[in-house]
Design a protein around this ligand. Sequence first.
Ligand code: G4P
Length: 538
Amino acid sequence: MSEEWKQEIEKRRTFAIISHPDAGKTTLTEKLLLYGGAIHLAGSIKSRKTQRHAVSDWMEIEKQRGISVTSSVLQFDYGGCRINILDTPGHQDFSEDTYRTLMAVDSAVMVLDAAKGVEAQTKKLFRVCSERHIPIFTFVNKLDRFGKAPIDLMDELESVLGIRSYPMNWPVGSDGRYRGVYHRQTRQVELFEADESHGQKERASALYALDDAALKERLEPDVWQSLQDDITLLDEAGESFDEERIACGALTPMFFGSAMTNFGVRNFLEEYLRLAPPPAPRESSDGRIEPADDRFSAFVFKIQANMNPAHRDRLAFIRIVSGRFERNMSVWHSQSDKTVKLSQPQQFLAQDRQIIDTAYPGDIVGLFDSGIFGIGDTLTDVGRKIRFADFPVFPPEKFARVQAKDTMKRKQFTKGVEQLTQEGAIQLFQQPGAGSESYIVGTVGTLQFEVLQYRLQSEYNTEVLLNMQPFEVARWLAFEDGREVTPAALRGADRGMFVHDRDGRPVLLVNNEWALGWITENNPGLLLYPVPPDKDKV
Ligand code: G4P
């Protein structure tokens, strides 16, 4: 591997921004693009509610609900780094898509609303990141408004999430009187100047040494005094800066700022790039694969169809783990055990796509997919058959019977349902003997049903009837002695609970854990699995 190639890897930073809805993830993403020079005026992705509708999002539903339901990938260069930001949907519902996206990153930025602290969705997303032991950076947002005291937020991180924090900066002035930040590494205070652009342009600032008389002059006496007190307290009683603990996700560097008013954004970006890791190795069936391994390998973490309504296309997003990606290269594909040619690879800036020729570990590439790719598939150099470690599996918890309203539209209906299943948005089940006009659909959250209804309508011109089922648990079945599992062979379960998955495996749908216990008791020798026993992914 050439020196140049190694440098390409070292300069990459691939991360996701996670937050509870409304904490400011979109605003911060946009401001990172602004400071990174990728856009010149903030407000072009999504800003004021009124403007949101003018922006053509990938999916109409995003506009309607004002939420982002697909993950986008943004790439830009800053300070010698190549940055890949994977956007994660921020809606309330548990989403597999988000979790899979987090499999493709090397670090995460957790955005907190200063007034709200750690919220429900923050907790879930944090857990996924901390299970992977990736570094997590905290950006406390909306400092321009009244919020919780910084010390209380640090306590909250520890008591709710179990992570210690190291403030990289400290707010100067609080409760709506936010003036700037104190940078702990350089021991300088940055005061922000007035802004006429409503946050659309970069914000001017001035730097002062902590003991500079001019600083004291510019600050109200109580603000100046409490800054001095806070710094003493932090230095004496706070955590020490420990890069090793940051690298394994045991300590989170914490930044205070305001994405909307551009307070602390540039410093956050620069410090983040300094501390965040370059592409990490991944575990495979052939041991650990290092990014510097010059043989190509990648995995599919997301599939998205019909991103552009004008072209009925389907993209498989891959994360490159090792080697170098080249347009038109032929690779081995794990799922089909065949060689496939990767033509027309795409990279993204918001809604703009461009064809790329080369990409390196850490990069995300969108591949046109004729339907062969599945989530978790591995792509490698031809002749080298490895597979990356399993993706997390999410057992479905919500179920509905789904059928086309108009039976004449059965064909489109089946096609649409199959498509969404391949994307991993839903899981399909069928009762024995039922035709392709009716399915039982399983999901991990109720929002997916809305997405299903909406997408079948808009992309396949098919109205569907949804009938929610009372089930909450799915179990794949087998008998210890290898006997065939049929409805008749099961005691204590009625026929309506018995279904097959897409591959014909028997599955039992039950209302709750208590009912599950009843079935187990009544059927000695019956094995029940929360995910298909013979498959490493759903
Ligand atoms: P999300 O992606 O995490 O869901 O949050 P998003 O960036 O869309 O921000 C949610 C709301 O919080 C937006 O207000 C946004 O303007 C506001 N916001 C983001 N950062 C800051 C900040 O630093 N300070 C303050 N005061 N507000 C911030 P909105 O009312 O939903 O929309 P808009 O009309 O303001 O765009």
